[in-house]
Ligand binder design. Structure first.
Ligand code: ANZ
Ligand code: ZN
Length: 856
């Protein structure tokens, strides 16, 4: 073939594609303003994986699109570079954590360039660099100054494998560490917290402003995590001197209370445990078990304690129950087995055979629960003083009572535990002094440098405690010997504000300038994995609101200080996985015979099971982005990433399918070689029906691709739309004027440029004989507002039989020529007894020649 290899095209355009041109771009239109596109920055593990390839392709494509549209585009990249893997590498491989991290960054940067992506490298941030973490520490001190960073003794989640404390958010619903997977234990420790709860109302309400721009699922997860719940506190008398308070969202079920259940750390439980060995055993077993499993039915009776229902005076037993959370509500539950599923399960297990009281009936039979299930909905009260009232009416009447019930709101959100007993993180800028207490490190002394080159062991408390020289410092306030805080900050703090640092990355005195914040924030489009739907996004939203409150982001243009105006969550990339149909064991590539179209298992000759699974080493289904780019070229890889699935769906990676995309790019180059830029610069007017058809196809494509890029994010359809347009142009080559062909090709290349920039540049160069500048420097095409319709003119078509013209027919635009021809009596005359072998259409549709032969 006469076309160069894609890898050659890639390297030819590499520098042009990946570097920021000096000076303002020529396309930039002042009235458009800025457009800040951000994709979640990677952890520098050493290599990009397919998930990275997907998210960074999406963001590069959209950034190129916005640049062509004339926006001042901010498209930064950086490194979420603190964290455990570097620390473990330092322990296991005896390389410095920084050295390891920097080497990985270099390797990954190469991969970013190989993708043909362009990032604002002049804005690059690395969270483990002192010029970054100095400001993370500054932020800590700001929070401290405003009373939002505080120290408290608390029962914390302790990861026994990583030997560190975890935030609640970092513990899975089943009670396991999000990172090590270990079953999390409880431990009493003094820790640093950020008072995120201070902003809970705003964090909840402002979700409303993201209604049309964030995925519904993510907003729901945030809402659920914040967990506002309205209900009442109800007092149960335990003795003359003591009451027990519970939190309930269903005061209307009060007549159905059959027991009370307390968490293991409830004061009453602690008191009883003092002289009850069996109870102490039970408490211990709970703390060692899977705490978060909501369905747990384990309990222990407190025989000396009974409680009196304030509504009817009935006595109910009091238990300790595993399912009662200590940090929520009052750490105490009124058990209503008749109307709550957990209470029902608990009752069945601990009070076998004993009757269950039902006190609420469904308002209509449609609401009735299935057999064997309790009715958990609201309905009509059937027992007690409020019999006959609806749940809502009963609740209202109860809340009007005095002395033992009080309306209250509970929140699930807890303060953010931020101290970690780890080495590779930003040191907490605090000094502990015997006489002054906790003293902030003065601003001028920032950063508190993380000591490097020290011996760090993985186990047993804060590694920094062993850096004696570093630890022992004079107190900044009184000068007497004092000690630095030896914990480091949760790495989620680093990423909770990086989006703001990018707008002013060289600022030495403050994290970023408030003027720049007002001008360049928020992020207009944020792209990343849905696995960050709670933690990272919630922390970033909290920090944004804090920054705004303290005047660091004084006037958010969107009013609500939401950091990410629009959010796109991309789906995972799954790999083709083969397994043995009998054992289910995953098969290595070398266990398969790939010579046949459908591979077989070498050992058994059987056909393996095929499925798409999350890529992992243990499933032998990983695909390396670099290999893919080296084989197919960056453009085909990028286009395939977009084309293979809608952005939010799982992408099942099938290497074979890239071939189709590659062929499309080849056809674009072929087309470019047969189209020439005309000498005039005037916009042409389509005249003939084929020209109008092509013109309209180009306009439709501009419209659909622009909409997909700007609004709907239906990025997969952009590739298919461009394939269609290429087809139409190529099929029109002999039917349209060079001007029209050129105009359509130009449109195709401009629309293609964000997705396949090297191919588009190469084709652009061919069309313009290297005199047309760069396609990426062109303005994004606008839909032509002129309307061209193919007129309903009848044309005369000459009908020839075996080469001789016999008669003519008048053909309108929508007409079927064959139908018209067959209706004519001349047809019968000239063709009777013969059958049509072939129909040859003449130039411009004005002649039809029927080749006939005698019927045997
Ligand atoms: C009685 C009742 C009857 C309840 C009924 C529900 C249904 P949300 O909506 O999540 O706020 N609860 C209260 N404190 C608890 C704790 N520390 N640990 C575990 N469960 C607790 O849930 C509120 C409901 O969860 C409360 O309302 C309480 O059970 C339980 F038909 O009280 B309910
Ligand atoms: Zn002091």
């Amino acid at each position: 073939s006469t076309f160069p290899e894609f890898s050659a095209i890639d390297s030819k355009w590499r520098t042009h594609l990946t570097t920021t041109p000096a000076g303002a771009s020529q396309q930039q239109q002042p009235d458009k303003g800025k457009f800040y596109i951000l994709s979640m920055f990677p952890y520098p593990s050493g290599a990009l994986h397919m998930g990275h390839l997907r998210v960074y392709t999406i963001s590069d494509v959209l950034a190129r699109f916005r640049r062509m549209q004339g926006y001042e585009v901010i498209h930064p990249m950086g490194w979420d570079a603190f964290g455990l893997p570097a620390e473990n590498a330092a322990i296991e491989r005896k390389v410095g954590a920084r050295e390891w991290t920097e080497k990985n960054i270099q390797a990954m940067k190469e991969q970013f360039l190989a993708m043909g992506g362009r990032w604002d490298w002049e804005r690059e941030v690395t969270t483990c660099a002192p010029d970054y973490y100095a400001h993370t520490q500054r932020l800590f001190l700001q929070l401290h100054k405003h009373g939002l960073a505080y120290r408290a003794n608390s029962t914390v989640n302790w990861d026994p494998v990583d030997e560190t404390v975890l935030a609640n958010e970092q513990v899975s619903p089943s009670g396991h560490s999000w990172r090590s997977g270990a079953l999390v234990e409880k431990k009493e420790l003094e820790q640093w917290f950020f008072r995120i709860t201070e902003f809970r109302g705003q964090l909840l309400e402002d979700l409303e402003s993201l209604k049309d721009t964030w995925p519904e699922r993510v907003r729901a997860m945030q809402k659920n995590w914040i967990g506002k719940s309205e209900g009442a506190k109800i007092k149960f008398q335990v003795s003359d001197a003591e009451v027990l308070e519970v939190f309930t969202t269903r005061p209307d079920t009060l007549p159905g209370v059959q027991y009370l259940a307390l968490s293991t750390s409830h004061p009453i439980v602690k008191r009883c445990a003092e002289n009850d060995e069996a109870l102490r055993e039970f408490i211990k077993s709970v703390s060692e078990r899977d705490q978060m499993a909501e369905k747990s039915k384990h309990g222990f009776p407190l025989h000396e304690v009974t409680a009196r229902n304030p509504l009817d005076g009935l006595e109910v037993p009091v238990w300790v129950a595993e399912y009662v959370l200590e940090g929520y509500g009052e750490g105490a539950v009124m058990g209503v087995p008749g109307h709550d599923t957990r209470d029902y399960a608990f009752w069945r297990h601990n009070f076998p055979g004993q009757p269950i009281r039902t006190v609420i009936a469904p308002a209509s039979s449609a609401q009735a629960p299935p057999e064997d299930e309790v009715f958990t909905g609201r309905g009509i009260v059937t027992e007690g003083a409020f019999k006959g009232l609806t749940s809502a009416e009963a609740t209202k009447a109860l809340l009007a009572k005095e002395g033992w019930i009080e309306r209250t709101t509970q929140w699930r959100l807890r303060d953010w535990l931020v101290s970690r007993q780890r080495y590779w993180g930003a040191p907490i800028p605090i000094i502990h002094c015997h006489s002054c207490g906790t003293v902030p490190v003065p601003e001028k002394d920032l950063p508190v440098m993380l000591p490097e080159g020290i011996e760090i062991h993985g186990r047993g408390g804060s590694p920094l405690a062993k850096a004696t020289e570093w630890v022992n410092v004079p107190c900044p306030s009184c000068g007497s010997p004092a000690k630095r805080d030896t914990d480091t900050m949760d790495t989620f703090i680093d990423s909770s504000w990086y989006w703001a640092r990018y707008i002013d990355p060289q600022n030495e005195v403050e994290p970023f300038s408030p003027e720049k914040a007002d001008k360049l924030l928020p992020v207009d489009l944020y792209i990343g994995g849905v696995e960050h739907a709670i933690l990272h996004l919630l922390y970033s939203r909290f920090i944004a609101k804090f920054l705004s409150r303290v005047g660091m982001w004084p006037n958010p243009s969107n009013g609500t200080a939401e950091p990410f105006k629009k959010l796109v969550t991309q789906g995972m990339v799954h790999g083709l996985t083969y397994s043995d149909p009998e054992t289910g064991r995953f098969l290595r590539p070398d266990e398969l015979d790939g010579t046949t179209k459908e591979p077989t298992i070498k050992a058994s000759g059987k056909t393996p099971n095929k499925s798409y699974e999350k890529m992992s080493k243990s499933k032998y289904n990983g695909v390396d982005p670099s290999t893919c780019i080296a084989t197919h070229g960056a453009d085909a890889t990028r286009a395939h990433v977009l084309f293979a699935a809608p952005v939010s769906d799982v992408l099942n990676w099938d290497d074979d399918k890239i071939i189709g995309v590659r062929r499309f790019l080849w056809r674009v180059l072929k087309l470019a070689s047969s189209v020439t830029a005309p000498t005039t610069t005037q916009s042409p007017t389509p005249k003939t029906p084929p020209e109008i058809k092509l013109w309209n196809a180009a306009q439709d494509t501009i419209k659909s691709v622009t909409e997909a890029f700007a609004e709907t994010m239906a990025l997969n359809t952009t590739v298919s739309d461009l394939m269609k347009l290429e087809n139409t142009i190529s099929a029109s080559l002999t039917m349209c004027s060079p001007e029209i062909l050129y105009a359509a090709t130009q449109t195709l290349l401009k629309l293609l440029a964000p997705i396949a920039p090297a191919t588009a540049e190469e084709a652009w160069e061919m069309v313009h004989r290297a005199k047309g500048g760069h396609v990426l420097a062109q303005s994004w095409p606008e839909v032509d507002t002129r309307v061209f319709e193919i007129e309903e003119v009848a044309r005369e078509v000459a009908i020839a039989v075996n080469g001789k013209v016999r008669f003519t027919v008048e053909v309108g635009n929508g007409d079927d020529v064959m139908e018209l021809v067959k209706q004519r009596k001349e047809w019968e005359k000239w063709t009777g007894g013969m059958s049509v072998v072939r129909v040859i259409e003449g130039k411009g549709g004005r002649l039809m020649n029927f080749v006939l032969k005698k019927v045997e």
